[in-house]
Write a protein that binds this ligand. Structure first.
Ligand SMILES: Nc1ncnc2c1ncn2[C@@H]1O[C@H](COP(=O)(O)OP(=O)(O)O)[C@@H](O)[C@H]1O
Ligand SMILES: CC(=O)N[C@@H](CCC(=O)OP(=O)(O)O)C(=O)O
Length: 295
């Protein structure tokens, strides 16, 4: 019995060997969604996965979200919030809260967890080293009643206009693990709230990452019946968005994935962050998890 268990463990370890060889020296960007940060155990497991990656020679770069965490502080402060196409409408007051929660609470929590697991994490927002430049976006939404598209001003919401990766490269080429909060800085010096998936996609693209892994609170992209779609191409995605199968927060997630693929990232995975050690399972085992996006 003991021998059987030992063989099983050896088998699992050996299964990881070709993956460690393949990914050694490569950059992997992991987007850690706020909805996947559900309990302390899972969060500690995530941090261990990141540290293990670093120790076997991969360069992990974490980009985190924190939508639910922003939501709960806004609620405690009695400030209402709304989303248009998965983007939070962000006025100046909300922007202050977003910056506090993402750049402070959530960022430092992840940094601390990675450090507790034996890594050396450094937290950044796009303001550090002026590395994420943002431009304001306006949102277009179709109004069923009028039958026309309407433009919404959604406040301090940005998209990435450029990334200067030097500070992130400097950290990840040494012992450090960069942990990035999705806040950009505009040409006017103002802060912009950027959807974390969009930042993760752009960071992966600019750093020519091997993989982009997006951790969320669902097994992957589901069809209308709720079945997992294990592999999707760019064309599949366009039609799934057009027919409403992909909606809400899954829209920026898949869009950032397709942009990253077009920009040269080899593969994009949308996986379930509620599964313990989901990142390790994705990287180092033969079993596929979640949805794989390919060109
Ligand atoms: N086709 C789809 N498959 C899976 N999830 C979808 C789909 N369409 C919309 N969603 C929604 O998108 C959510 C994931 O986006 P979001 O809440 O922004 O995640 P995160 O906070 O992890 O970035 C899912 O929990 C689900 O409610
Ligand atoms: C513009 C916009 O919507 N920004 C997001 C930023 C955080 C985020 O993206 O967090 P998750 O990945 O956990 O959803 C927000 O304010 O919620």
């Amino acid at each position: 019995m003991k021998e059987k268990i030992a063989n099983g463990i050896a088998h699992v370890l050996i299964e990881s060997l070709p993956y460690i060889q393949k990914f050694k020296g490569k950059t992997v960007v992991i987007k850690y969604g706020g909805n996947a940060m559900i309990d302390e155990n899972l969060k500690a497991g995530f941090a261990q996965d990141i540290v293990l990656m670093k120790l076997v020679g991969i360069n992990p770069i974490v980009v985190h979200g924190g939508g639910p965490q922003i939501g709960s502080l806004l609620e405690r402060l009695n400030i209402s919030t709304e989303f248009v196409n998965g983007m939070r409408v962000t006025n100046s007051e909300t922007m202050d809260i977003v910056e506090m929660v993402l750049g402070g609470q959530v960022n430092k929590d992840i940094v601390n967890l990675i450090n507790m697991a034996g890594g050396k994490a450094v937290g950044l927002t796009g303001k550090d080293g002026d590395f994420i430049r943002a431009r304001k976006i306006d949102m277009t939404q179709f109004n069923k009643a009028s039958g026309a598209s309407e433009i919404f001003d959604i406040g301090h919401v940005g998209e990435v206009s450029s990334i200067d990766p030097s500070v992130v490269k400097m950290l990840s080429q040494s012992d450090f693990i960069p942990v990035i909060a999705p806040i950009g800085v505009g040409a006017d010096g103002r802060s912009y709230n950027i959807n974390a998936d969009l930042v993760a996609g752009k960071v992966a693209e600019v750093l020519k990452a091997e993989k982009l892994i997006l951790l969320t609170n669902i097994p992957g992209i589901l069809d209308k019946q709720g079945s997992l779609l294990t592999g999707l191409t760019l064309e599949n995605i366009d039609s799934l968005i057009a027919d409403g199968t992909i909606s809400g927060g899954m829209i920026p997630k898949t869009r950032c994935g397709t942009d990253a693929l077009k920009g040269g990232v080899s593969s994009v995975h949308i996986i379930d962050g509620r599964v313990e050690h989901a990142v390790l399972l994705e990287l180092f085992t033969d079993q596929g998890v979640g949805t794989l996006l390919i060109n």
